[in-house]
Design a protein around this ligand. Structure first.
Ligand SMILES: Nc1ncnc2c1ncn2[C@@H]1O[C@H](COP(=O)(O)OP(=O)(O)O)[C@@H](O)[C@H]1O
Ligand SMILES: [Mg+2]
Length: 236
């Protein structure tokens, strides 16, 4: 009697009584007689739960890392652009300002110049946010006494001592799709450049990360959102 190669090989997820998953690697190996007829089947079961879960964990960590790198890259790019724009915009604001001083409000150029100045100021506000994103200066950090807590949610928060700042509202909540992107620079559901720049939370993210911190979000549709900012008590 000979054994052939496994012709059937599958990893079957099984739900355990506690609700968790275990994974069984099932192989079916045919057994042949001298005339090459299949006379039996050797079935092996291997519990590969730890292998599978380890892979999933690694994939999740890699995805998290990629996201952090992407944020970092966008931040650097934005900072470079913002620096140049800042200089350019000072002209767009100051020249109309100067001309307006010599014009009466009835002058046909008064309104248009005022609009140019206002637009310049709005652009400067965006650039200001961009610069705080890019600056990411880590100065004057101090350790503080705090509550000891562990919590996981939006990101994995390692156990440790944190000072936690909660910011809560009773608004519309944030849906799952948006939740994955709200910290990206320029991601906004508001009117870009009018009511929102999409930079607010990117700045928050930058500040928290500069302090080696973490963010937890709890949100419920039409009930509100709580952002919890975790700042490690110790700086090492
Ligand atoms: N507390 C909140 N409740 C509901 N949605 C929020 C909240 N904070 C942020 N968001 C969503 O995340 C997006 C990005 O936020 P943000 O970076 O501050 O930019 P902006 O407020 O300029 O749009 C918002 O447009 C909004 O859709
Ligand atoms: Mg905002």
């Amino acid at each position: 009697m000979e054994t052939g190669v496994a012709d059937f090989h599958v990893i079957e997820p099984k739900v355990k009584p506690d609700g968790g998953h275990s994974y069984i690697d099932v192989s079916r190996i045919p057994l042949y007689d001298e005339a090459d007829r299949v006379v039996g089947l050797l079935v092996t079961y291997e519990d590969v739960t730890e292998k599978v879960l380890g892979k999933q964990e690694k994939a999740e960590l890699e995805a998290q890392l990629r996201k952090a790198e992407k944020m970092e890259a966008i931040g650097t790019l934005a900072g470079g652009v913002a620096h140049d724009l800042n200089n350019i915009l000072s002209g767009v604001v100051s020249y109309p300002q100067m001309l307006l001083l010599d014009l009466s409000e009835e002058d046909p150029f008064y309104k248009p110049l005022q609009n140019i100045r206002k637009s310049g100021e709005r652009a400067a506000a965006v650039v200001h946010d961009l610069l705080s994103l890019a600056r990411r200066a880590v100065e004057n950090m101090e350790s503080v006494d705090s509550l000891s807590t562990t919590h996981s949610g939006y990101e994995e928060i390692p156990p440790g001592d944190y000072a936690v700042i909660d910011v809560a509202d009773s608004g519309t909540g944030i849906n799952a799709t948006d939740l994955g992107r709200i910290f990206e620079p320029f991601y906004t559901k508001k009117k870009m450049g009018r009511s929102g720049t999409g930079l607010g939370l990117a700045v928050v993210w930058g500040i928290v990360k500069d302090h080696r911190g973490f963010i937890d979000i709890r949100t419920q549709k039409n009930h509100g959102t709580t952002f919890s900012l975790y700042f490690p008590k110790s700086l090492v």
